[in-house]
Design a protein around this ligand. Structure first.
Ligand code: GMT
Length: 381
């Protein structure tokens, strides 16, 4: 198949899923054309069959805002026309599904193809649960989702939310996030260069969190939980990522007098190395449609303490792969963390369970589901 993939190129989960999917599809013989405003961050090594097309944005002085959606649609038309693209897979609906719809209509209007190009939209999270609900986006979102030829959501939760929030009458297939469990595995001390960097001593437990530090991630809760754990157990906190809440988080650490025990790492590529020294992953999100970051941790044998929101309970199994608590219930999450970190026997079971659970989302199981979905849509079923 010849497939166009559009996604956000930054570190976010939707871009990661889109890029990893494209890489695997290319290895499976498909021709993949990424279309975005910058090179996706995970597209960092050469793969045959992968092409990248950059959307140029015109900054004409009359435009107060860049007209990205239109520029993207025009680039989609160009790429589809000259590369015989059969389908465009839009990751994160805003504005990608709308641009893909426009591109399909332009190509149809030009009437130079035997067959319409197909548009598949994958809903990832805040495109549905947060941003898409704003009045300035809602009608366009509903329209673009309904007009997609195929729609997938990364969890049952997100599918249900889409159908109810937007009153959408459309078949949506649930295809969860996936992981390369051969790559995402716990590295031994000998394999892990980070061990020499002394992030934590042998006697300290390591709590870890990765996110884009947006308010929905509730990183302050991670810090509060850690402060309570540290009162009982020698521990360190590693925070990976960056975003609008980071300065407030640093301030909170100083206020709580725990700044020296918290490492703000910023954006990092060595996620596997860092997860391999971690004992517990904390994800206290206010909304989380799947929780790819938690899946990455679980694949590295790190149990998870999460909230009960969104798709998290579809991944993290309470009392098996970690624990689940209500949003903002810092005391309970801290209690769970202390309990697990102080019970070696239980910890080993949870850690093994986390890895086994992650293997259910192995990429070799999930990517063929996307392929079958493409076939279904291309064959008009
Ligand atoms: O919705 C977002 O926050 C954006 C998106 C991203 O690009 O980072 O994240 C979402 O997509 C991931 C991949 O499907 C999911 O694993 C995340 O749970 C989801 N984030 C939220 O729902 C907050």
């Amino acid at each position: 198949m010849k497939i166009g993939i559009t996604c956000y190129p930054t570190y976010g989960g939707s871009g990661v899923v889109a890029t990893e999917l494209g890489k695997i599809l290319a290895l499976r013989g498909h021709e993949i054309h990424f279309i975005s405003y910058a090179m996706p961050s995970r597209l960092n090594s050469f793969v045959e069959n992968i092409f990248y097309h950059e959307v140029e944005i015109n900054n004409y002085p009359l435009f107060d805002f860049p007209l990205y959606s239109i520029a993207l649609a025009s680039k989609m038309v160009e790429v589809a026309k000259f590369n015989d693209i059969e389908l465009i897979h839009a990751h994160y609906a805003i504005p990608h599904a709308t641009s893909a719809f426009l591109a399909r209509e332009i190509l149809r209007y030009e009437n130079k193809r035997n067959k319409d190009i197909k548009v598949i939209t994958t809903l990832h999270g805040t495109d549905i649960t947060l941003v898409g609900l704003e009045p300035s986006f809602l009608p366009t979102m509903k329209f673009s989702i309904e007009k997609s030829d195929g729609v997938t959501a990364v969890s049952q939760f997100l599918k249900d939310k889409t159908l109810s929030n937007y009153k959408i009458n459309k078949e949506i297939e649930v295809i969860p996030n996936f992981i390369d469990t051969k790559k995402y595995r716990r590295l031994t001390k000998e394999e892990n260069c980070i061990f020499t960097k002394k992030l934590a001593s042998d006697t300290e437990k390591v709590l870890i969190h990765t996110s884009n530090f947006r308010p929905v991630k509730r990183v302050q809760d991670v810090i509060q939980i850690f402060a309570k754990v540290k009162e009982k157990i020698p521990a360190r906190l590693i925070l990976i990522g960056d975003g609008p809440e980071r300065s407030d988080c640093e301030r909170l650490c100083r206020e709580l007098n725990i700044f020296d025990s918290v490492k703000f790492m910023g954006k990092q590529d060595s996620i596997i190395e860092l997860l391999s020294i971690a004992d517990l992953f904390i994800i206290p999100s206010q909304t989380e449609s799947f929780g790819l970051a938690a899946l990455e941790a679980m694949s590295c044998e790190v149990p998870v303490i999460s909230t009960s929101v969104g798709g998290l309970p579809e991944l993290n199994l309470h009392n098996e792969t970690g624990y689940i608590a209500e949003i903002g219930d810092i005391d309970r999450m801290a209690k769970y963390a202390i309990e697990l970190l102080s019970n070696e026997k239980k910890y080993k079971i949870f850690s093994k369970n986390a890895r086994e659970r992650a293997m259910e989302f192995e990429e070799t199981k999930i990517v063929p589901v996307y392929e079958a979905f493409y076939e279904k849509i291309l064959n008009g079923k």
